[in-house]
Design a protein. Structure first.
Length: 403
């Protein structure tokens, strides 16, 4: 079980000093705080035998997600914490992380944050191209939705000309990979510590990022740029079948926009990424239409369609290089917050297809049940990434209790 204590421990110490100082100074002023804990029991079942030796089919696990928020100065200053720990049958999926632990201050038209934080960019459903700040927690989820906490300083300025976000990123976090028993992995086990860097400063390279976002009526737009250690490692295989991997230094410029018109959402994301080893362009473009209040009781059904393109072709690490996504989002808008998302991605050049379903529902006031399924069908053997997962269709059931 690994994490980066060299970053976490000094940061925890500093923020605890800030908290103690706040409590000492604010005795006569209002200080509020909240604590919440989610305990999740999860079971993943892979429907086929593993493609590689030692892979297993059944994976029960348990996860803990504590959250703590401390606010003072009328809410304009706060310390925010979100933790994570999972105990799993796959040793590499047994891991802990500080998702967020940061100090935040807001004043007038600016806001400042310091610590570990999660930042999300993007508007499309099937692939989040422009989302570059945080490292993906690849052992936690297949779709890249789960992220590791990123050490940063963030400054946000709000003006009549839009929002300006500036990021200083002093430390790079490596991506984890499944272990010997795990699924959705390569034939060889990848040790994250064996993945090298192009930069001589390695994980301590000082990275920067910027994003401008604004809206014009029904039009929302964002333009971003990132310069630093890439979040995706580059893989290559030598003549002996060994995997070599390193993190390149990249420049990535991103554009995302969304147009809202009646029941239509028009979505677009694109990036251009350059480095010494590869330059490429990628985009996702799509539309979502929602049929609202169909049964008169709040039922909404959205229909989604997106096209995905990546110049890297079969070498694209996300395996989405010339594909079409179709799906439907169903929201019952009931007191149990019941929702279902179903979809499928098909490759326009090969027979490869991926089908998915995600559903969730609250039970009473403090329980939640979630179902997820990923199904790989007719995966082409030339697919650099997906060919390793062709036997890894799975169903996942999780039940969470909130305290």
């Amino acid at each position: 079980m690994k994490t980066h204590k060299t970053v976490f421990l000094p940061l925890v110490f500093i923020l605890l000093l800030v908290q103690n100082n706040v409590l000492a100074q604010e005795k006569d002023k209002k200080v509020s705080h909240d604590f919440e804990l989610e305990i999740e029991a999860e079971y993943r079942y892979f429907t086929n035998d593993g493609q590689f030796q030692d892979q297993e089919d059944h994976f029960p696990s348990i996860a803990f997600r504590p959250e703590y928020n401390l606010r003072w100065n009328k809410g304009y200053e706060s310390i925010n914490f979100t933790g994570f720990f999972r105990l799993d049958q796959d040793d590499n999926r047994t891991h802990w992380d500080i998702r967020e632990l940061y100090y935040q201050k807001a004043k007038g038209n600016w806001e400042f944050s310091a610590g570990l934080k999660k930042i999300y960019w993007g508007v499309t459903e099937s692939n989040h191209l422009v989302d570059i700040i945080n490292q993906t927690d690849a052992v936690e989820s297949f779709d890249g939705e789960e992220k590791l906490g990123q050490p940063m300083l963030q400054y946000t300025l709000t003006s009549n000309y839009g929002n300006f976000d500036f990021f200083y990123l002093p430390y790079h976090r490596k991506r984890g990979f499944p272990g010997k028993k795990g699924r959705l992995r390569f034939p060889l086990i990848i040790d994250e510590d064996a993945v090298t860097y192009e930069s001589s400063a390695k994980e301590w390279r000082q990275d920067i990022a910027f994003r401008w976002s604004h809206y014009f009526g029904a039009f929302d737009i964002g333009i971003s740029h990132f310069y630093g250690n890439g979040r995706e490692p580059l893989f290559s295989f030598d003549n002996s079948g060994n995997i070599n991997a390193f993190y390149p230094v990249i420049n990535q410029t991103g554009l995302d926009f969304q147009i809202t018109h009646n029941a239509f959402l028009w979505k677009f994301e694109s990036i251009y990424r350059s480095s010494k080893t590869q330059d490429f362009f990628a985009l996702v473009a799509g539309i979502e239409y929602t049929f609202s209040n169909i049964d008169g009781n709040g039922l909404d059904i959205g229909v989604l369609g997106e096209y995905l393109y990546d110049e890297r072709d079969e070498l694209a690490l996300n395996a989405l290089q010339n594909d079409v996504f179709f799906g439907s989002r169903i929201a019952f808008n009931d007191t149990q917050d019941t929702s279902i998302l179903i979809g499928g991605i098909t490759d326009l050049e090969t027979s490869s297809k991926i089908f998915s379903i995600e559903a969730s529902r609250r039970i009473a006031s403090s329980w939640k049940v979630e179902l997820e399924g990923r199904f790989f069908n007719n995966i082409d053997t030339n697919e650099f990434i997906l060919s390793n997962f062709r036997e890894d269709s799975f169903l996942k059931l999780s039940i969470s209790k909130f305290f």
